[in-house]
Design a protein around this ligand. Sequence first.
Ligand SMILES: C[S@@+](CC[C@H](N)C(=O)[O-])C[C@H]1O[C@@H](n2cnc3c(N)ncnc32)[C@H](O)[C@@H]1O
Length: 204
Amino acid sequence: MTDLVPNHHAHYRQFSGAFGYLAGLTMILGRGRDARLVAGIADLDETDHLVDIGCGPGTAARLAARQGARVTGIDPAEPMLRLARLLTRFRRPVGEIEWIRAGAERLTLPDDSVTVCWSLAAVHHWPDLDAGLSEVRRVLTSGGTFIALEKRTPPGATGIASHGWTPGQAEALAAMLLEHGFGSAEVSNHELGRRRVVTVTGRT
Ligand SMILES: C[S@@+](CC[C@H](N)C(=O)[O-])C[C@H]1O[C@@H](n2cnc3c(N)ncnc32)[C@H](O)[C@@H]1O
């Protein structure tokens, strides 16, 4: 049963304080392919409002901004938002990105105001999945898209190797999306070089 819970690292505490900066630094490199994958699925353009939930240092948010979307990056950990702001200042210029300190379970955004939400390597950390998915559904417009991306992990993995989803956990998240009023939910596996990831895409 534990294998089916998609937020098996809820309440993981190491994104705050000094360790949070170290954790954030490890996320600066190697996330570009994940970002390009979800941007391709979302097919963003300048009419979109994209919200990156659990944005970390902001790689995927910056890519979305370069594609012309209006972008909001949300993360509950202050070190992540500081790194995101800093990197955005010093990397290739992008449009304005709004950074908000919040968790998925309380998105401080109006109803029906967002066309695409994505969450990369973060849903497995959300402390309250039902609350988070209700919030995502609330802020998405009709015809909106939610994409969750996680590293694929084998059942029974431990330690850092367990920070992702087994096939059962991905399917469980897809089932939850349907329970939360999404019209469809699709699980897809992807090979990004040697990195193997799974996406769950829900459409309202
Ligand atoms: C492994 S990092 C991934 C960061 C970024 N998305 C990436 O792929 O580089 C997980 C992120 O989830 C964030 N997070 C933790 N609890 C969260 C919550 N309740 N809601 C949203 N994000 C959360 C962490 O602060 C952290 O930035």
